[in-house]
Write a protein that binds this ligand. Structure first.
Ligand SMILES: NC(=O)C1=CN([C@@H]2O[C@H](COP(=O)(O)OP(=O)(O)OC[C@H]3O[C@@H](n4cnc5c(N)ncnc54)[C@H](O)[C@@H]3O)[C@@H](O)[C@H]2O)C=CC1
Ligand SMILES: CC(C)CC(=O)C(=O)O
Ligand SMILES: [Mg+2]
Length: 357
């Protein structure tokens, strides 16, 4: 008999529906794990409640503690009671930057039976590799003469050769490992000529090391056309932080909705814990009503298990991830047959039962 092993998870439910969907993701994750793998989950009270109570978003001592976990499971951050950007920058982006989450992995798949808004698409199954630590999200900007008619505001996009190369290389490796072996760079090289040139040169230099991968390039505006009209043409997309943020909400919309879209913020070197979260935000418009679809958070938990299965020598984790994905696939097909609305926890219960190891 093998000794029980455990995975140490930091859980940050956050705000709004983040709290509701994270509870379901944990429920399903626990159900899917083999009996001899235990979850040691520690919940962190971070988000609007803590900000109002203490003025803190992410204290350094908490950041230090979080570093010691195998992975982080996050719900969503952001609340209308807090000025826009305070929690998004001071908590969510602080985590992504501090833990060097340079690969923001966002898979998009139209599951069988799921009704997308497109009439006649082929199979939709692609992954966006979004750069996660640079671009216009670094806070490289400022304002002068604020509130006057002479106000000036800047928000500079930061792109380093190091940062671009590591994410482009990761995307090529992912494309190489997939059956279609196709990688599309999405940027705006016709206008953003400095950053665009760097991305383009790095992309072509790294391409030479992956001769089996077919490459393609689209300006981001055209990419939105093809995502909405021919999403089947994509296999792997690599792009910068801002373009990737926008494209992946669109990708979610064409594959059945934002309630199904999962993501992983990866430090592929393993120096820091990777963080898994749904693509969606805290959805204040439906928070507290049991209306949120927890599937995106549950699929993010599957990404977490898959990641730990690959990086931590623990048996059974990848299999548990596959069980969750299979449970989602079955559940989505059943929803198509019987679209009676279910609450957040009813969907979680159904998926936990289906994914049980
Ligand atoms: N990773 C994160 O924590 C993110 C946080 N945010 C923050 O979330 C807050 C709200 O942002 P929004 O722009 O409204 O984006 P959002 O993703 O929270 O909501 C957009 C729309 O999608 C719906 N929706 C989202 N998730 C859903 C789910 N699981 N099931 C059913 N419907 C769902 C919402 O009800 C809303 O109508 C803001 O404070 C924003 O900054 C936004 C995106 C990501
Ligand atoms: C709230 C932002 C910081 C991030 C975002 O929208 C995203 O990562 O999808
Ligand atoms: Mg987003």
């Amino acid at each position: 008999m093998t000794a029980p092993s455990s995975i140490r998870l930091a859980v940050i439910p956050g705000d709004g529906i983040g709290v509701e969907v994270t509870a379901e993701a944990l429920k399903v994750l626990q159900a899917a794990l083999p009996a001899d793998v235990k979850v040691e989950g520690t919940e962190y009270d971070l988000g609007a409640r803590r900000y109002h109570a203490t003025g803190e978003t992410l204290p350094d001592e908490v950041l230090g503690e979080l570093k010691g976990y195998d992975a982080i499971l996050l719900g969503a951050i952001g609340d209308p009671s807090v000025p826009s950007g305070v929690l998004e920058r001071g908590l969510l982006l602080k985590l992504r930057f501090a833990f060097d989450h340079h690969v923001n992995l966002r898979p998009s798949r139209l599951y069988p039976g799921v009704e997308g808004p497109l009439k006649a698409a082929g199979e939709i199954d692609f992954v966006v590799v979004r750069e996660g630590t640079e671009g216009p999200y670094t806070g490289n900007g400022g304002t002068i003469r604020q509130g006057t008619e002479h106000e000036v505001a800047t928000e500079v996009s930061l792109n380093t050769a190091y940062g671009v190369e590591r994410v482009v290389r990761d995307a090529f490796a992912r494309a190489q490992a997939r059956p279609r072996k196709k990688l599309t760079l999405v940027h705006k090289t016709n206008v953003l000529v400095f950053a665009g040139s760097l991305w383009s040169r790095v992309f072509h230099a790294v391409a030479a090391e992956f001769p089996e991968v077919a490459t393609d390039y689209l300006h981001v505006d055209a990419a939105t056309i093809f995502l909405a009209t021919q999403p089947e043409r994509f296999d792997v997309i690599v792009t910068d932080n801002l373009f990737g943020d926008i494209l992946t909400d669109l990708a979610a919309a064409v594959t059945g909705g934002i309630g199904l879209a999962a993501s992983g913020n990866l430090d592929v070197t393993g120096t820091f814990p990777s963080m898994f979260e749904p693509v969606h935000g805290s959805a204040p418009d439906i928070a507290g009503q049991g209306k949120a679809d927890p599937t995106a958070a549950i699929l993010s938990a599957a990404l977490l298990l898959d990641h730990l299965g690959r990086t931590k020598a623990l048996p059974g984790l990848s299999e548990a991830a596959r069980r969750i994905e299979a449970a989602v696939e079955t559940d989505l097909a059943e929803r198509a047959a019987d679209p009676t609305p279910r609450t957040t926890s009813e969907i979680g219960d159904a998926l936990a039962a289906k994914a049980a190891g």
